[in-house]
Design a protein around this ligand. Structure first.
Ligand code: GDP
Length: 401
């Protein structure tokens, strides 16, 4: 079996939906291994746009889809997406499966999430109930898919006001499979499995910019853990790097956050607004210090570099190569938890922009030399080859090197 992981190497919104859809053409099985409906994946299939928060993108192509043990299931989202797919492609229950040991997000988790974020955390969570559901799992009072089905959607000790529970039980009964047995058999074959990451490495609960992080483990190791695969099974570890990092939340550290006027140019060119609330996302310059850290922990074998087409208007593109910290210049930083960003001043190298549209370019040599230099600069700084480059949101707007 060949195992590919494709996960975000920054703070999210790297374009994982399109990347995983693109990579699914070379895969037999597409998996979600962590997170829940707080992951948003946008991609195009045969010219039609899809926006999924639960189901792996490859299912749209007819591939097998698995929601592994580490995932949290939001029944309303799963219902919406599975109905959409079944209307378009017919029954998917022969190739879409949910582990009986994935946990279910209950209505009370969403209420708790909203309350906590409003009154305590104030980190602008997406309020999908993911944090409280993960916490209940850790407290050992969580409800997995099997328990949810067995109790008819009324698990003991839960006082839930959930009108649609009967429908959700029926849906989960239909898709519930012994996914670990399925994967154990798969390991003996020459099939290719793709794990589609959710959120991104710098939002990892343990290694990220805590407390401005997600509640799950978004590193390569975390995804392997959620899927139940050993490290030795990993063949390609693809870090998805966006040409400019963004942050969804209002206050977490983003050391290279650029000026409001630069952010506005990039935001409008790249449509950097939240899908759900349409609030503007925060934008920074490419940060090699953060990427070196991501590489240190995850050991990516290659990068998929996305959205470089968005920077086409810029005359100059600053890239952060180090931080000034307490009188020293550092090129790697290991202390991201509770980071006081005011103590880290980015040191930039300014690269020349290309100032002509590159949307849809499919050949590396057809890129302007400045755009090629931008890609090579990333490779040289981090020591990881950029094998794929996104030049637009559509599936074929990709350069393969
Ligand atoms: P995720 O949060 O990482 O899953 O990000 P999404 O899948 O939601 O992608 C964010 C947006 O970027 C979507 O609207 C995609 O269509 C778009 N996108 C992905 N790759 C590219 C690219 O290379 N260029 C451009 N211009 N847009 C892209």
């Amino acid at each position: 079996m060949e195992l590919i992981i494709a996960s975000g190497a920054q703070w999210g919104d790297e374009g994982k939906g399109k990347v995983s859809y693109y990579l699914s053409q070379f895969s037999d099985v597409c998996m979600r291994a962590g997170g829940g409906s707080n992951a948003e994946a946008t991609f195009y299939h045969q010219g039609k746009g899809y926006h999924f928060q639960m189901i792996p993108s490859g299912v749209v192509r007819g591939k097998v889809g698995i929601m592994a043990d580490g995932v949290l299931i939001s029944c309303d989202r799963l219902m919406l997406e599975s109905r959409q797919l079944e209307e378009e492609f017919g029954d998917i229950s022969d190739r879409f499966m949910v582990s009986g040991n994935a946990h279910v997000v209950l209505p009370s988790h969403r209420e708790k999430d909203a309350f906590l974020d409003e009154n305590v955390l104030k980190i602008n969570t997406i309020r999908q109930g993911i944090g409280p559901a993960m916490a209940d799992r850790a407290y050992r009072v969580g409800v997995n898919v099997d328990t949810f089905i067995r109790t008819g959607g009324e698990p003991e000790g839960q006082d839930e006001h959930w009108e649609d529970r009967a429908q959700y039980v029926e849906m989960l009964r239909k898709y519930r499979k012994d996914t670990k047995r399925y994967l154990a058999e798969l390991k003996k074959t020459d099939k290719t499995v793709l794990i589609q990451g959710s959120q991104a490495f710098m939002l990892d609960n343990v290694h990220g910019t805590y407390p401005y992080v997600t509640s799950s483990y978004t590193s390569t190791a975390g995804l392997l853990h959620g899927a139940g695969f050993p490290y030795s099974s990993l063949t390609r570890n693809i870090g998805i790097v966006k040409a400019y990092p963004i942050r969804f939340d209002r206050t977490g550290p983003l050391p290279t956050e650029c000026s409001e006027s630069d952010q506005e140019v990039i935001r409008n060119a790249g449509n950097e607004f939240s899908h759900t609330s349409h609030t503007p996302l925060r934008i920074g310059w490419l940060d090699m210090v953060a990427l070196r850290y991501a590489q240190e922990i995850n050991h990516y074998t290659e990068f998929f570099f996305t959205k470089i087409d968005v920077l086409s208007e810029l005359k100059e593109i600053p890239v952060c190569i180090g931080y000034r910290h307490r009188g020293e210049t550092i090129d790697t930083c290991y202390e991201w938890s509770h980071m006081d960003v005011s103590e880290y001043e980015p040191v930039y190298k300014v690269l020349k922009g290309w100032q002509r549209p590159i949307r849809g370019v499919q050949d590396f040599m057809a890129l302007p030399v400045e755009a090629r230099d931008y890609v090579k600069f990333l490779e040289d700084q981090i020591g990881v080859p950029v094998t794929l480059i996104g030049t637009g949101p559509k599936d074929d707007e990709v350069i393969v090197r």
